[in-house]
Write a protein that binds this ligand. Structure first.
Ligand code: GLN
Length: 250
C-alpha cells in the first residue's frame, strides 16, 4: 500500500469530545483507497523534518491543557509554517484551531501564544457557546457542501481582514456568535470549532483532506471513487436536523 504520514500534534493533551475519532476516519478512508495512514505523535521538542508529514492534525482542549502545551506548540511554529508553505494539509479543531492563530486569551485573561499559521485571534468570553451547528461551505468553487457538528467553546475567534472562513453559519454560533461565519480555511489548512467528532458525519471533508495530503506528495489532488456513505450521510442528517431545531443560541 502507498503511505500517507500524519503528524498528530499533542494527542495526549488536545483530544476532547472524541476528536481522536477524526484520525480513525482518515485511516479507514485512506485504507479503502489503498493508502496506509501512518500517524506520528508530535509533542514538546518534536523533530519535524521538511516534507515528512502530508497532513497535520490537532484536536480540542480545555484552557488548562491549552496553557500546558501552547509554548511547546509555538516552538514548533517555524517547522509547521515551513510544512504549510511546502503544501502539507492541516486540520485543527477548536482549542487546536485557536492555537494555530496569533494567540488565544483564555478565560483567566492569560494570553497563550499561537503559531500564527491561521489569520485569526481568539478571546474567551464569559458565556460558553454550546450546541449543534450547521454550516454551508464551498471549499471547491461550484460545489457547495454542508458541515454538521457540535460546538463548545468560550473563545470568540476573530478572522483577520481578508481571511477566508470555512463556512457560513446556517444554525449555531460559529466563530464568535455574531459574524455569521465559522472556522477558517487557508490553502490546504482547515480550522474549525466542529467537534462530534467532525469527520464521521462529514465524509466529504475527510476525503477532501486526504486528497490534499496526497497532493502534498504527488502535486495534484486525486478524484476518489465514491464510497458507500449511506451510514455517514444518515449521521450527517441527524446532526444537521438537530442543529436546525436546537442549534446554539445564547
Ligand atoms: N478552551 C477553549 C475554549 O473554551 C477551546 C475549547 C475546546 O477545544 N472545545 O474556547
Amino acid at each position: 500500500m502507498r503511505r500517507l504520514v500524519v503528524g498528530h500534534l499533542f494527542p495526549d493533551y488536545l483530544n476532547i469530545y472524541a476528536d481522536r475519532g477524526n484520525i480513525a476516519v482518515l485511516s479507514a478512508r485512506a485504507a479503502w483507497r489503498g493508502y496506509e495512514l501512518e500517524v506520528r505523535p508530535l509533542g514538546a521538542g518534536a523533530e519535524i523534518q521538511r516534507g515528512e508529514h502530508d497532513l497535520f492534525y490537532v484536536g480540542g482542549g480545555q484552557d488548562r491543557e491549552q496553557a500546558l502545551i501552547a509554548p511547546e506548540l509555538a516552538a514548533l511554529g517555524p517547522a509547521l509554517h515551513e510544512a504549510f508553505e511546502a503544501g502539507a494539509a492541516f486540520l485543527a479543531v477548536c482549542g487546536g484551531y485557536q492555537l494555530l492563530g496569533h494567540f488565544y486569551r483564555d478565560q483567566s485573561g492569560e494570553e497563550l501564544p499561537g503559531i500564527g499559521l491561521l489569520p485569526l485571534h481568539t478571546v474567551a468570553g464569559s458565556r460558553r457557546m454550546i450546541g449543534d451547528v450547521l454550516l454551508e461551505c464551498e471549499l471547491e468553487p461550484g460545489s457547495p457542501r454542508t458541515l454538521a457538528g457540535f460546538e463548545n467553546h468560550a473563545g470568540r475567534t476573530i478572522l483577520d481582514q481578508d481571511a477566508q472562513p470555512l463556512g457560513r453559519v446556517v444554525a449555531g454560533f460559529g466563530n464568535d456568535g455574531d459574524s455569521g461565519y465559522e472556522g477558517c480555511r487557508a490553502g490546504r489548512a482547515i480550522g474549525t470549532y466542529l467537534h462530534g467528532p467532525l469527520l464521521p458525519r462529514n465524509p466529504w471533508l475527510a476525503d477532501w483532506l486526504l486528497a490534499q495530503a496526497i497532493a502534498h506528495q504527488s502535486g495534484a489532488p486525486p478524484t476518489f471513487e465514491p464510497l458507500d456513505d449511506e451510514l455517514e450521510e444518515r449521521a450527517h442528517k441527524v446532526s444537521a436536523n438537530r442543529a436546525e431545531t436546537r442549534g446554539g443560541r445564547f
